[in-house]
Design a protein around this ligand. Structure first.
Ligand SMILES: [Zn+2]
Length: 462
């Protein structure tokens, strides 16, 4: 019997999560440009401008800032920069967040207003993309070495992509929720939309209107970027018409009736871009078989992609009366029965990894071909065709058991580790033949029912 390597499937009640809807704001981004003293106190004798990997920047209190709010690194007196953006538009996988999970925390000095808006901005990302955000705490700090720290500042700014260890998203009380959504976009790996290599097909930059010395903010980025989807005027990562204008004339001209520079919400293109950047390729295969323990469903989930997946769920049914009994332990999956459905969840599955587990089920007369299994994840699965359900064709003959009924009864009353051994009947369903002894006895009855069912099939086949 599977006493040590199974755990009991319990029935759970559906929870309904309330989704927060963040309010839209239409204010212009409050960037760090023109905000001396915006960041930490830094060295004073540093170059005021520079170029890093082809990206021009200005130095604001010791930090190299590109395009108003992109932090490239800390600048020392000799011009050396401690950290660099590693790829524009995040062509490098290492710059992205593993499994699409962004750990974050709030600096203790952050204001209540900034914190509340940051929470709304995070929720906005969670609602619209497959990116998962996990608040870092003392309990999980060791698990999340790389994380975003929301810090107070005179303006809004962020690094682009995952830098390693603690990295700031700087926010002031002048940063709207929409501006913070924009900054989180940088942290996840997005650059400004107007710096795409194909932008000249869609916008016209009026260089003469740009305030002197700031034209580098409109340079096209060519190195290390990945261009995702069609050009998106509506991107929350797009500059507005008058950004860095020195004469109150437009610095960016777009076709009539086209709006740019919104800081209300992620556009569909923004969400699509990020979901592409963090997409993965999960493959699900299942197998129904009969073993000495009963009817087993083997479930194999392999991540064939180059990025990890998060918030995975497998929904399995077998006919319309199956009783899900137990699952192999240490699989990393947690399973619960919801009526006839078995729902198994898992937080993450790293890229290029395989994961298997086995579920014991009483099919209550269902044929193996009735098995249905569906795999979903927060992160996009690029290929659904490899999520297949396989059968043995027919359930194999059970291994002959000496009087299984008595043996099971005996085992269920020996008292050894009955919690892990005795299957439990899901609540809310008919409790077949459960004796007065409670769930443990009911579970034993299920085991018996499974074997009776198998024996009947054997007879029918003979
Ligand atoms: Zn920005």
């Amino acid at each position: 019997m599977k006493s040590e390597n199974t755990q009991i499937i319990r029935t759970a009640v559906l929870c309904v999560a309330l989704a927060l809807v963040s309010n839209g704001y239409a204010q212009e981004q409050f960037s760090l440009e023109g905000q001396p003293g915006a960041l930490f106190d830094g060295e004073s004798d540093v170059p005021t401008t520079g170029v890093l990997n082809g990206i021009k920047y200005v130095v604001i209190n010791g930090h190299a800032i590109a395009q108003g709010d992109i932090v490239l690194g800390k600048v020392f007196a000799d011009g050396r920069i401690t950290s660099t953006t590693r790829g524009l538009g995040q062509s490098q996988l290492v710059d992205r967040w593993p499994d699409g999970v962004v750990p974050y925390q709030f600096d203790e000095s952050i204001t209540a207003v900034s914190k509340q808006r940051s929470i709304e901005a995070i929720q906005h990302w969670k609602d619209r993309t497959g990116i998962q955000f996990v608040e870092r705490s003392d309990d999980n700090a060791a698990q999340y070495e790389d994380y975003v720290n929301f810090e107070p500042s005179a303006g809004c700014a962020s690094w682009v992509g995952r830098i390693g260890q603690q990295q700031a998203v700087w926010v002031s009380d002048n940063c709207t929720t929409g501006s913070i959504i924009h900054e989180i976009g940088h942290a996840i790996g997005l650059f400004h939309e107007h710096t795409r290599p194909d932008r000249d097909d869609f916008i016209t930059v009026n260089w003469d209107n740009i305030v002197e010395g700031k034209s580098f903010n409109f340079d096209v980025l060519n190195a290390g970027i990945v261009q995702l989807g069609p050009y998106d005027y509506g991107s929350i990562m797009h500059y507005g018409d008058f950004f860095f204008s020195g004469n109150n004339q437009k610095t960016i001209v777009v076709p009539d009736n086209v709006r740019i520079g919104q800081r209300d919400a992620l556009s569909e293109g923004d969400a699509e871009s990020v979901n592409q950047m963090y997409q993965t390729d999960l493959a699900l295969t299942t197998n129904v078989s009969t073993t000495e323990n009963g009817v087993e469903v083997d479930i194999d989930v392999t991540n064939l992609g180059t990025m990890g997946a998060n918030n995975l769920q497998i929904i399995t049914t077998l006919g319309d009366a199956a009783d899900w009994i137990s699952i192999s332990t240490n699989s990393g999956w947690e399973c619960q029965a919801f009526g006839i459905e078995l729902r198994c969840t898992r937080d993450t599955l790293a890229e290029q990894t395989q994961n298997k587990f086995t579920v014991l089920v009483n099919p209550n007369g269902a044929e193996p071909s009735e098995l249905s299994a569906r795999l979903v994840s927060n992160t996009r699965d690029t290929d659904n065709s490899n999520n297949t359900v396989n059968y043995d064709g027919e359930l194999a003959a059970p291994v002959p058991q000496p009087e299984p009924t008595e043996e099971l009864n005996e085992n269920s009353t020996t008292g050894e580790s009955s919690e892990s051994k005795a299957p439990e009947v899901g609540e809310g369903k008919g409790d077949p033949a459960s004796p007065a002894g409670g769930s443990s006895g009911g579970g034993a009855a299920l085991w018996i029912a499974a074997f009776v069912w198998l024996a009947r099939r054997q007879r029918n086949k003979a």
